[in-house]
Design a protein around this ligand. Sequence first.
Ligand code: G3P
Length: 217
Amino acid sequence: MKFFIDTANLEQIKEAQDMGILDGVTTNPSLMAKEGITGTDNIMKHYVNICKLVDGDVSAEVISTDYEGMVREGEALADLHSQIVVKLPMIKDGVKACKYFSDKGIKTNMTLVFSAGQALLAAKAGATYVSPFIGRLDDISTDGLNLIAEIRMIYDNYGFDTEILAASVRHTMHVIDCAKLGADVMTGPLSSITGLLNHPLTDIGLEKFLADYKKGN
Ligand code: G3P
């Protein structure tokens, strides 16, 4: 299972990268705005800075909603760095743009996916990643994890290569449940990754080992 971090915060990206377990980064316009990164030039520079920090794929989202605009933007994003994955919204023109980039060998991530039907379309368009938003489904009393299970079944039925990127992950149990269900990738905040470290028995055990060592030395 790949671990992506869902942020545009360079310090958090660096912290996850330094742990040696980071496989990539996902961003979106809201996450960029949260870091105060505005204006096309600054946003483009920030993507390059993120790519320099990590070894894996970095999803960069288009803001156009028409096919021509998405192609233009996506090509500019892909030209920025070899690690860039063009992130496209799950709308008709987004699917068409996904097929365009897939045919050109440019990696894509279909975002804002909330149903199995949308995930099927993403796979048909040759998306590298499909991003079902599990947390936002949970927010409206709909089981986000069930969507991961449905997509896994459908993709396995037909051998689709599109990787299931569980997105809008909010906490550690989302990560663990997604792993059980066979999601290929998860993307979440730093806390959803570092939280996996925590167990009181680890802390108690370590404290005792160190205390016992001190007794003999
Ligand atoms: O990866 C998708 C993500 O950015 C959305 O997460 O927490 O805003 O629903 P959230």
